[in-house]
Structures are given as structure tokens and as C-alpha cells.
Write a protein that binds this ligand. Structure first.
Ligand code: AMP
Length: 419
């Protein structure tokens, strides 16, 4: 496999799939440039080695050409962070884009408009009326798959080499993330973001130093079940926090009041408890909770046992005893994976548990543990508490990270690795 460090870019045009799907304010200003910043080393490497760069990305979920989702809005941020002038093509596969790509000279950069202006990027038909028959749906799907080939070929024709640096969309088999790689059998590679992400995740998934703990939070068991099952084969300790706590408590006949709870997952929760016991994995659930009389920042709060919450009250954060137990156990581990907040950390009244977990992970890191934080909300939490630089690795991928950890092959990764 080729790598960005060994490839000779001189005189070559590289088309780089970046993840510039950044948040914008109402005026179109970038409010968090983390993802753009992350891609700079890859772009710089190509430019500094005598190559030219074509950048392609999606932004939001447009249904067609729509100024609200225009990549033009992020052009000034890209120029500022890169420190060079960047040209722009207002139709990602238009004649102007083709011409500009062809004329690119070493050291020059071209940014293409939002790939998702075209349904072909995702390869899914758009705007089908509810009334269409199954046959019509199948025909529409077939048609977009056919035109997707042309779209992909067109993008590929702009460059000599393809670099995928968009970990956030690596779990999607889209034109720019996977299909395009086939046009560059000898000239395809990961960018630094992708390389770093895969290295960091492989480290915890394949070669963890023990004891190894996973802390899984968030709201629902249903969205985390596959990763929990996969982790049961790998970890020594599984710490479960957040809204999931109450499904487990209720599944064991506890009283959870008005807390978030999924009765259809009771059997699954009991199964996880049995499997953990069978595999010798220590399963920790919060024994107490900070409960509120409403889902609101200014609600009245009380501490209850997590399995004895009266009706009219809901658990919104782990309680003080659970903070102590979780912290003690986290501090003993040499590898720690954290995905999902253990409480409604967006509200200061219910952030203490998540803050304590983040601080314990930072302290464990200082003591030599390898710690990986991933998944949108835990990344937002670690940033909120200003601790991102005190853990070993913060993953930028949400869905992609979860799928990779679930053991699935990501199309964006497979497309590059494939011979
Ligand atoms: P997820 O997307 O499943 O990782 O869930 C993240 C969300 O779970 C965050 O927005 C938290 O506010 C929320 N959350 C965490 N703990 C609780 C809880 N005890 N009750 C309700 N929501 C929670």
C-alpha cells in the first residue's frame, strides 16, 4: 500500500476527500474549525512535495444546489488555516471545475462545491413521492447508481492521485469516499487524519495494555448494543453510564421513576449482564443518580439509588457514590476507551458525572494509560471541560468510529486497502 509519506507528488494533482462538514452560524461563519485544521498537514504535505491539490467534501444534507450548504462559505477559513489562496469551483463536476483542475500548477489548491448537491455522491434517489410503486423505486435506484458511475469517473478525471482523509464518512460507500478509489489502483492512499485514526483505534481494539476499561454512556441501549457486545470480548471492565443505566436497573426489577427507559431492551440488558459474568468482565452501573423533577436546567434535584427512583423523578446524571466508584476503577486501568456522556452534560446541573469521568481519564493518561475518546458527544464533553489535550487521542469520527469498533469493515478504508 502506498503512503502519503513515501509517495512522490511532484508534478501530480491530488484529489483529497476531506471532511469539511463543519458547523456554520446563521451568517455562514465557521463556528468550529477543528475538522479543517485537522486536514491541513495532509494538504501541506502534497503542496510541499511539489504537488497540486483538489479538495472535495460534503457539507450538511442539501437536497440539490442550495446556497445554505455552499462550501464557498468555508473558503476563507481554509485559506486562512492553509496560508495560501484557494480557488473555487461552483459546480463540483462542472466544466469550470474540470478546466480549473487541469490548469492547476504545483502549490495551487482548488476547492470543489458541495458534493452532495448531486444525489450521485451518496448514490440514493432523491425526492421520490410517497406514492411511487416499488418498481418505480427500484428503477430510480438503478438510474442513480448508473449516473453515479459517470459522476465518480468525472471526479477521478481531475487528478492523478486520490487521498482519503475523511474519517467521519469512512463508513459510507459514497462516490468520493470509496468508489473513486477504483480509478486509482496504484495511486491511492490515506491522509494523515485517516492514518492517525486507524492507528489509534487499532491500538485499543487489537493491542490494549491491561486492565482495559470501556466507558459507554449516552441515552439509549438500542444505539450502543452492538458496540457493547463487541467490547465484552475485549475489555476487563465495562462501565455503563447515562440514560442506559435505567434500562439495566428496570430490567433487574429496579424502580426508575420517569427516567429514560427502553422496556423492549430489558432482555438484551439481562443478556449483557449474563455475558459479562460468563466472560469475567466487571460490569459497573451507577449505583446512585442525580435525579430531577423535570428535564430542565433549573429543576429541583435529589440523589436516589438508581434502582429506587420514585415516580415524578428522573435520573439525569450519575450520583456521588457512582462518581467515586467509576473514578477508582478508571484510575486502575492502562487502556481506556470512552464513548458517550454519563449524564446530560449539556446542562451544568447534570454535568458533574461526565466531568468527573473526563478528569479521571485525564489523570489516568498522565499516569501512563492509553486513552481514546470518541463519538460526537464525548468529544463535545471533553472539549467543554478543556481536557482534550490531556487524553491520548480524540477521535473525530462518530458513526465511523462506532462501526469500526463494532468490527465492521469501513468502505472508505477497504477501498484504499484493496489491491
Ligand atoms: P448518544 O447520542 O446516545 O451518545 O447520547 C448522548 C446524549 O445522551 C447526550 O445528549 C446526553 O444529554 C444524553 N444523556 C446522557 N445521560 C442521560 C440521561 N440520564 N437521561 C437522558 N439523556 C441522557
Amino acid at each position: 500500500m502506498k503512503t502519503i509519506d513515501t509517495y512522490d507528488f511532484s508534478g501530480k494533482r491530488a484529489i483529497i476527500r476531506v471532511d469539511f462538514n463543519v458547523p456554520l452560524d446563521a451568517a455562514g461563519n465557521v463556528t468550529d474549525d477543528t475538522r479543517i485544521r485537522a486536514a491541513i498537514p495532509t494538504i501541506r504535505k502534497v503542496l510541499d512535495s511539489g504537488g497540486a491539490v483538489i479538495l472535495m467534501t460534503h457539507l450538511g444534507r442539501p437536497k440539490g444546489f442550495d446556497e445554505k450548504y455552499s462550501v464557498r462559505q468555508i473558503l476563507p477559513t481554509v485559506e486562512k488555516l492553509l496560508g495560501v489562496k484557494v480557488d473555487f469551483a461552483p459546480d463540483p463536476v462542472g466544466d469550470e471545475a474540470a478546466q480549473k483542475a487541469k490548469n492547476l500548477k504545483a502549490g495551487e489548491v482548488l476547492l470543489l462545491e458541495n458534493l452532495r448537491y448531486y444525489a450521485e455522491e451518496e448514490g440514493k434517489p432523491r425526492g421520490l413521492a410517497d406514492t411511487v410503486t416499488d418498481e418505480e423505486k427500484t428503477a430510480a435506484k438503478k438510474a442513480v447508481k448508473e449516473s453515479q458511475k459517470e459522476f465518480t469517473k468525472r471526479l477521478a478525471s481531475f487528478a492523478d492521485v486520490y487521498i482519503n482523509d475523511a474519517f467521519g464518512t469512512a463508513h459510507r460507500a459514497h462516490a468520493s469516499t470509496a468508489l473513486i478509489a477504483d480509478y486509482f489502483p496504484q495511486d491511492k492512499m490515506f491522509g494523515y487524519v485517516m492514518e492517525d485514526e486507524l492507528k489509534a483505534i487499532d491500538l485499543v481494539m487489537q493491542y490494549p495494555e491491561r486492565p482495559y476499561a470501556a466507558i459507554i454512556g449516552g441515552s439509549k441501549v438500542s444505539s450502543k448494543i452492538t458496540i457493547i457486545e463487541n467490547l465484552l470480548d475485549k475489555v476487563d471492565m465495562l462501565i455503563i453510564g447515562g440514560g442506559m443505566t435505567y434500562t439495566f436497573m428496570a430490567a433487574m426489577c429496579g424502580k426508575v421513576g420517569d427516567s429514560i427507559c427502553e422496556p423492549e431492551m430489558f432482555e438484551t440488558a439481562r443478556d449483557i449482564i449474563r455475558k459479562a459474568e460468563f466472560k469475567g468482565v466487571l460490569l459497573l452501573l451507577a449505583q446512585d443518580s442525580v435525579c430531577a423533577d423535570r428535564f430542565a436546567e433549573d429543576a429541583e434535584t435529589r440523589i436516589y439509588r438508581s434502582n429506587g427512583i420514585p415516580s415524578g423523578w428522573q435520573g439525569l446524571d450519575i450520583g456521588p457514590e457512582a462518581v467515586q466508584t467509576f473514578t477508582d476503577h478508571i484510575m486502575k486501568c492502562r487502556t481506556i476507551l470512552w464513548n458517550g456522556p454519563v449524564g446530560v452534560f449539556e446542562m451544568p446541573a447534570f454535568e458533574s458525572g461526565t466531568r468527573a469521568v473526563a478528569e479521571a481519564i485525564a489523570r489516568a493518561t498522565a499516569g501512563g494509560a492509553y486513552t481514546l475518546v470518541g463519538g460526537g458527544d464525548s468529544v463535545a464533553a471533553i472539549n467543554k471541560f478543556g481536557l482534550a489535550s490531556q487524553v491520548s487521542y480524540v477521535s473525530t469520527g462518530g458513526g465511523a468510529l462506532l462501526e469500526y469498533m463494532e468490527g465492521k469493515e469501513l468502505p472508505g478504508v477497504a477501498a484504499i486497502r484493496k489491491e
